[in-house]
Design a protein around this ligand. Structure first.
Ligand code: 2P0
Length: 331
């Protein structure tokens, strides 16, 4: 825990009352970015280079319960995790950020994902969002969503977006102290919008997103053009959401994802998150699109594809991609 982080947390919690309960519990959805967060301007406060835009995955995400305990105990999907495990260390280090306000306590944290952990389905996003929401519940702070987003961001950047449902924009902000870097919902009643998860592999990633984006920022020549493209794409996506212009949304999101992967490919050592089956499915999406089906793809720092389509083509898309898990993100 750095002094800068603890000052930041203290400022957010300044003047907030407490009313602790026995157990704090919360759910947060996972989210898929249509305009990706890729690169940090400050790794301590987890401040991004670019603003990003995502859609939350409804009931897919993380449920977490947290209580005070005699020793630290972390449970993931019903199994106790060693306190030395990277997963437990990240959670415990995050909770230590709150020690100045709540004292040096121990926690019992029980967390369960209904999505594959760390297979590029953004489970650290829902994980840290659920943890902050559960902690707020445990302490009875009653923080607002903007404050919760700013705290979740310290655990994992994309967690800043997972404190909301639906379409969400995470403002990168420009301040050094991070007080203008938080997410906000984008109101929309686009109920016909669909996301499909095409799982290629449940395996753990060889390189974390965190390490991957650091390497890309430090070594990729192509990364120089990324902030400008991300800013343009984000504005285009806002317009597409406001107008319910699906082809514009799909094209922009797919191009944004592939541009991000181009920066990874041009990093050194190169970062290739794709498996042979990932590439086969990219071609399949392009093939069915050339035959007239309005379907687009996005890919995060992992091998799995997420397909973008609408209710109108849902049946047809499912017939081309058996096993697709379809989500209606806007209820
Ligand atoms: C995103 N990703 O916008 C992008 C696209 C992966 C590729 O946010 O270092 O786990 O904890 O802030 O949030 C994954 O990055 O990284 C991510 P940290 P995080 O969804």
């Amino acid at each position: 825990m750095s002094e800068i982080q603890s000052q930041y947390v203290k400022k957010i919690l300044r003047g907030v009352g407490t009313a602790p309960v026995e157990c704090g519990e919360a759910f947060a959805p996972s989210n898929i970015a249509l305009c990706k967060y890729w690169g940090k301007r400050d790794p301590v406060l987890n401040l991004p280079v670019n603003s990003s835009l995502s859609v939350s995955l409804g009931k897919l995400g993380t449920r977490t319960a947290v209580r005070f305990a005699d020793r630290n105990r972390i449970e993931l999907n019903g199994k106790e995790v060693s306190p030395e495990d990277t997963f437990a260390v990240r959670i415990l280090e995050f909770l230590q950020l709150f020690f100045p306000m709540i004292g040096n306590v121990h926690f019992d944290v029980r967390t369960a994902n209904n999505i594959p952990t760390a297979a590029g389905l953004a489970s650290s996003a829902s994980g840290f969002a659920a943890l902050v929401l559960a902690l707020d519940n445990l302490m009875g702070w009653g923080l607002d969503r903007k404050q919760l987003s700013m705290l979740a961001r310290l655990g994992s950047g994309s967690a800043a977006r997972s404190v909301y449902d639906g379409f969400v924009c995470w403002h990168a902000g420009t301040r050094k102290d991070g007080r203008d870097s938080f997410a906000e919902p984008i109101s929309s009643d686009w109920k016909e919008f669909r996301i499909g998860i095409l799982e290629i592999s449940k395996d753990w990633k060889p390189v974390s997103s965190r390490a991957g984006m650091k390497r890309t920022v430090e070594t990729s020549e192509l990364y120089r053009s990324w902030p400008r493209q991300a800013a343009d794409d984000l504005e285009m996506l806002r317009l597409a959401i406001a107008d319910k212009d699906f082809p514009m949304l799909g094209k922009t999101a797919e191009n944004n994802a592939l541009a991000m992967h181009a920066t990874m490919l041009s990093a050194w050592p190169p970062l290739i998150y794709w498996q042979p089956e990932t590439i086969a499915q990219i071609h399949r999406v392009h093939q069915v699109r050339s035959e007239g089906l309005d379907v687009y793809l996005t890919i995060d720092a992992g091998p799995n594809l997420k397909l973008l389509f609408t209710e109108e083509t849902e049946k047809l898309v499912k017939s081309f991609f058996p096993g697709l898990q379809v989500i209606c993100p806007i209820d």
